[in-house]
Design a protein. Structure first.
Length: 396
C-alpha cells in the first residue's frame, strides 16, 4: 500500500502545484495592473496639485499687481494736489491689504518650492527680493506724501521705477515661468490621458488573454490533472484495475441504477488458484507479476462497458452491465481459458508456470437478487463452490 500512497501523494502535489501556477497567472497580472494604475494615479495627482499651485500663484501675482498699482495711482492722485498732500485715513489699510497680497504670493511661491518645482533650493526666494523692493517703494510713496513738494516728482519717479522693477524683473518672469509650467502640465495631462487609455486597452487585452489562457490551462492541465488524480485514487496501482473505493462509490451507484431500471447485469468474483503457493515458492515479486499479467488477460476479454475491480489480494470482481447469465458465462469462460493458456515465466530459465483461476457468477434477474451486497455474497458463495469442486472452473 505504501507505494500506492506515495504515488497518490505525488499526483496530489502535482495538482496543487499546477493550481498554484494557475492562481499565479491570474493574480500576478492583476497585481501588476494595480501597481501601474497606482503610479498613473499618483502622477495625475501630482500634476493636478501642481496645476492648482501654479494657478494660485498666477492669481496671487495678479492680485499683488492690482493692489500695488492701486497704491501707486492713489498716491499719484494725492500728490497731484499740492495743497492737500496729507496721508489719507485709509492709506495704512490699503498698505496692509497690499502687503497681504504679497504674503499670499510668498505662500504660493513657497508651495511651488516645496513641491519641487523651483529651479534650485540654494537660490534666493523670489518673494524675498520682491518684498525688499516693495519696502523701498513704500518708503518712496510715503516720502512723496509727507516730504517737501519739490521732491515729490523725484520720489514718484523712483517709486515708478521700483514698481516696474518688481513686475519687469520679477513678477513678469515668474508669470512667464508659471505660465510655461501650466502649459507643460496641460500637455502632460494629455499625455497621461493617452497613457491611461493605452493602459486600459492594453490591460483589457492582457486580461482577456490571461483569462483565455487560464481557461485553456484549467481545461487542458488542471482538469486532466484532477481527473488523473481522481482516477488514481479509484484505481489499484499494481494491476491498474479499479479498487474497492471505486466499487463502493461508482459501481454501487451504477448497480442501483440498473436494479431500479430492471436492467439485466451479471457480477463475478474471480480468484487465482493456489496464489499463496506462488508467493511462497517464487517470492512476492513473482506474485505481483502474476497479478499484473492476469489483470491484463482479463481486461483484453472484457467490453468497454464492463468494470474490472481488484477486490482484495488475488481476488477480482467483474461487473458486466447488460449481460444476462448466458452471455456472462461466455465471457467468464473466455477469461478462465485465457488465464489457463497464458504462459508465465516467473523465474528466468525455468519452464513457464501454469496458473488457473476459479470464478463464481451471480446474475440479475435470473438469480432473483435485488441488491448489490446480496449479489456479491451469492457470487462469493459460488466462488467457494468452484474452489471446492477442484478449481479452474466457473460456478453459476
Amino acid at each position: 500500500m505504501r507505494p500506492r500512497s506515495r504515488h497518490t501523494l505525488t499526483m496530489r502535489m502535482s495538482f496543487r502545484f499546477k493550481l498554484g501556477i494557475l492562481l499565479l497567472i491570474i493574480v500576478l497580472p492583476m497585481l501588476v495592473s494595480q501597481i501601474i494604475y497606482r503610479r498613473a494615479i499618483t502622477s495625475l495627482h501630482d500634476a493636478l496639485y501642481s496645476s492648482i499651485v501654479v494657478l494660485n500663484t498666477i492669481h496671487a501675482t495678479e492680485n499683488f499687481h492690482a493692489a500695488l498699482h492701486t497704491m501707486l495711482n492713489v498716491t499719484r492722485n494725492i500728490v497731484a494736489n499740492p495743497n492737500n498732500r496729507a496721508i489719507p485715513d485709509n492709506w495704512n489699510e490699503l498698505r496692509e491689504s497690499t502687503a497681504k497680497t504679497l504674503d499670499a504670493l510668498r505662500e504660493s511661491l513657497q508651495q511651488i518650492n516645496n513641491h519641487g518645482q523651483h529651479a534650485q533650493a540654494s537660490e534666493p526666494h523670489p518673494a524675498d527680493a520682491i518684498a525688499a523692493i516693495f519696502d523701498r517703494l513704500m518708503v518712496e510713496l510715503e516720502t512723496a506724501l509727507s516730504g517737501p513738494a519739490s521732491e515729490v516728482p523725484s520720489h514718484m519717479a523712483t517709486a515708478r521705477k521700483l514698481f516696474d522693477e518688481i513686475f519687469q524683473d520679477h513678477i513678469d518672469k515668474l508669470h512667464d515661468s508659471h505660465q510655461q509650467r501650466f502649459d507643460d502640465l496641460k500637455a502632460d495631462a494629455h499625455g497621461f490621458e493617452r497613457q491611461i487609455d493605452l493602459l486600459f486597452y492594453g490591460q483589457t487585452l492582457f486580461v482577456g488573454i490571461v483569462v483565455l489562457f487560464a481557461l485553456f490551462f484549467s481545461e487542458k492541465i488542471l482538469v486532466k490533472g484532477y481527473l488523473r488524480t481522481e482516477n488514481a485514487s479509484l484505481s489499484d496501482r499494481l494491476t491498474e484495475a479499479r479498487n474497492r473505493r471505486y466499487l463502493e462509490t461508482v459501481s454501487d451507484r451504477q448497480v442501483a441504477g440498473m436494479l431500479e431500471r430492471n436492467e439485466p447485469f451479471s457480477l463475478a468474483l474471480l480468484d487465482i488458484d493456489h496464489f499463496k503457493r506462488v508467493n511462497d515458492t517464487f517470492g512476492h515479486d513473482a506474485g505481483d507479476k502474476v497479478l499484473r499479467i492476469i489483470a491484463e488477460v482479463v481486461r483484453k476479454r472484457l467490453r468497454k462497458s464492463d468494470t474490472f475491480v481488484r477486490y482484495g489480494g488475488e481476488e477480482f470482481l467483474v461487473l458486466l452491465p447488460g449481460a444476462e447469465k448466458e452471455a456472462a458465462i461466455v465471457i467468464l469462460e473466455a477469461i478462465r481459458k485465457g488465464i489457463e493458456t497464458t504462459p508465465l515465466s516467473l523465474v528466468d530459465g525455468d519452464d513457464p508456470t501454469r496458473i488457473t483461476a476459479s470464478a463464481g457468477l451471480a446474475s440479475f434477474p435470473e438469480d432473483a437478487v435485488d441488491d448489490f451486497s446480496s449479489m456479491q455474497k451469492l457470487a462469493d458463495e459460488r466462488l467457494y463452490q468452484a474452489k471446492s469442486n477442484g478449481r479452474n472452473q466457473c460456478v453459476n
